[in-house]
Design a protein around this ligand. Structure first.
Ligand code: GLY
Length: 440
C-alpha cells in the first residue's frame, strides 16, 4: 500500500520505521529538509509540510492511498480536510477536531460543557483589564496560555517563567495585544503542582487504544534546570506505567481521554488519529494540562519501537473505525536527544556531526534523526534537536546505561542530558510524588 508520511523530525522517522515493518508498505514522504533516516527508506519530496497544495499534488501524482500526519501545524491548516476531499484517507484529525490542541479555549470549554474530570480552574479573556482582575482575585499562582499554537513557547507559569501576579498580568496583556498564537485572547488557569506524564492513544473516532505511559524531560539541562525545550529525552517502564504512577491513575487518565473523544465527536465530529494527553498527577488525582493532536516527540520513540501490533493494521483501524487494542512488549525504554550546543535559542546551525550508526546498532540502540540536513553524505545540524537515541531493556536502568553508552558514538558540537532515565532522577520523581500525595 502506498503510504505518505508528512513531517521531518525524529517522531516522523519513528512513524516511517513503524510503517515499513509491514512488507506491503511503499513509503513516500514530504519533509522540509533531508532527514537521512527518512530519505533512505522513502521516495521523498523536500517541501514545507504546511504547503498543502504541494503535499496534495505529490500524493495524487504518486497515487498515495493513505497519509499519516506527524506535526500539528499542517493539521491546523486543514491538511486532513484537503487530502480527504481528494480521496486520500488520513491518519490525523480534521481541522475542527484538531482544535483540541490548536484552540486551548475550546479544549477547556469542552471539559466544562461535558463534565469531563481532570480539568483546572480557568477563564478565557479578550480584554486585558478583565484578565488582570481575575488574576488579582484568584490569589493563587496562575498559568498564562495563548489560545493558539506558539511552537511550545507561549505558555508561562507564575513561579517559573513569570515572577509574580504583576508579571502574569503584563504577559496576559501582551498575549492579547499581539494576538500571540493567532487569537486576541488568553486562557488563565490555576497552576497545577505534581509530576507530569504523557498518555498517547490511537483513536478511530469512537474507540481508543492507549499506549505505555512516558515521562518527557522538557528542561535543557541536568537536574531539570535551564530553559524549556521541545523535550530532551524520555523513559517508559515494563508495565506501561511509571515508577511514580500506578494503574489507578493511569486508568483515570485514559478515561479522561475517552470522555474527551466522545465530547469532540458530539461538538465537531469524529477525532481520528493519534492523541497525546499531557497530564499532571496532583494531590487530588490526574489533571489534564494540555492535548496534542499528534504523537509526542520524543514520546513516539519510546512506544513505537516496542509495539507488537502491526502499525499499518492500527492505521487501517483508525481510518475504518474498527480500532482494536494495541499490544506492546513488556520492556522499558530510554530515549536521549542529542542537541546542538546552545540549543534552545543560541545554537549555531550548519555544523557537521558524525553518527556512527554501526556502533550504535551493535550497542543495541536505535537512531531517529530529527532536525538535521543531509548533503553530500554529510549530516548538518540546524538550530533544533539533532537526533534521538533509544534503547530498550528489561529495566529502565538497563535501557539507560545502554543508551548513555551509545551517545559516545555521536561526534560534534552537541550535548545531551546524561540524567534522563537514571535511578537518581527517578527516585527524585517518586519522592516528589510521595510528598504531594502524602504517602510513605
Ligand atoms: N513532548 C513534547 C511534545 O511532544 O510536544
Amino acid at each position: 500500500m502506498k503510504i505518505l508520511v508528512v513531517g521531518t523530525g525524529a517522531r516522523e522517522h519513528a512513524i516511517c520505521q513503524a510503517a515499513i515493518k509491514d512488507e506491503e508498505t511503499e513509503l513516500y514522504s514530504i519533509m522540509s529538509n533531508q532527514n537521512p533516516g527518512i530519505a533512505r527508506i522513502s521516495q521523498f519530496k523536500i517541501a514545507s509540510e504546511n504547503d498543502i497544495p504541494t503535499v496534495k499534488r505529490f500524493a495524487l501524482d504518486n497515487k498515495v492511498e493513505m497519509a499519516i500526519i506527524g506535526p500539528e501545524a499542517p493539521l491546523e491548516k486543514g491538511i486532513v480536510d484537503s487530502l480527504e476531499e481528494a480521496g486520500i484517507a488520513c491518519v490525523g484529525p480534521t481541522r475542527e477536531a484538531a482544535r483540541i490542541e490548536t484552540d486551548k479555549a475550546f479544549m477547556r470549554d469542552l471539559f466544562e460543557n461535558h463534565n469531563i474530570n481532570g480539568s483546572l480552574v480557568y477563564k478565557v479573556f479578550d480584554k486585558a483589564p478583565e484578565a488582570a482582575n481575575f488574576i488579582d482575585d484568584f490569589n493563587q499562582d496562575v498559568v498564562v496560555k495563548p489560545i493558539g499554537l506558539t511552537g511550545g513557547k507561549g505558555v508561562k507559569i507564575v513561579g517559573e517563567q513569570l515572577k509574580d501576579a504583576e508579571e502574569a498580568k503584563k504577559y496576559a496583556k501582551e498575549v492579547i495585544d499581539t494576538k500571540m498564537g493567532g487569537y486576541a485572547g488568553v486562557v488563565i488557569e490555576e497552576r497545577a503542582i505534581g509530576e507530569e506524564y504523557t498518555v498517547q492513544a490511537f483513536v478511530d473516532g469512537k474507540n481508543i487504544a492507549s499506549m505505555p505511559v512516558v515521562q518527557d524531560h522538557p528542561y535543557a539541562y541536568e537536574g531539570d534546570q535551564g530553559p524549556i525545550t521541545g523535550g530532551m529525552g524520555s523513559y517508559s517502564d515494563i508495565d506501561g506505567l511509571l515508577p511514580f504512577l500506578d494503574k489507578k491513575y493511569c486508568d483515570e487518565s485514559v478515561k479522561i481521554m475517552k470522555d474527551t473523544v466522545k465530547a469532540i465527536n458530539k461538538e465537531v465530529g469524529p477525532y481520528r488519529g493519534f492523541l497525546y494527553g499531557q497530564f499532571m498527577l496532583c494531590k487530588d488525582g490526574p489533571k489534564l494540562i494540555e492535548y496534542n493532536a499528534r504523537f509526542g516527540d520524543p514520546e513516539a520513540m519510546n512506544v513505537l519501537p516496542i509495539m507488537q501490533t502491526n502499525f499499518m493494521d492500527i492505521c487501517q483501524g483508525i481510518i475504518g473505525g474498527t480500532l482494536k487494542g494495541a499490544k506492546f512488549a513488556k520492556k522499558a525504554t530510554v530515549c536521549k536527544y542529542i542537541v546542538p550546543k546552545g540549543y534552545p535559542g543560541n545554537a549555531v546551525p550548519n555544523q557537521i556531526i558524525e553518527v556512527d550508526e554501526e556502533n550504535i546498532s551493535e550497542n543495541n540502540s536505535l537512531v531517529y534523526y530529527a532536525a538535521v540536513n543531509q548533503k553530500d553524505n554529510k549530516i548538518y545540524t540546524s538550530s533544533s534537536r539533532a537526533l534521538a537515541l533509544v534503547s530498550v531493556g528489561e529495566t529502565i536502568s538497563e535501557a539507560e546505561e545502554v543508551c548513555e553508552a551509545s551517545t559516545k558514538h555521536v561526534k560534534g558540537d552537541v550535548y545531551h542530558r546524561k540524567d534522563v532515565g537514571t535511578g537518581e532522577l527517578i527516585e527524585k520523581r517518586i519522592k516528589h510524588m510521595q510528598d504531594i500525595l502524602g504517602n510513605d
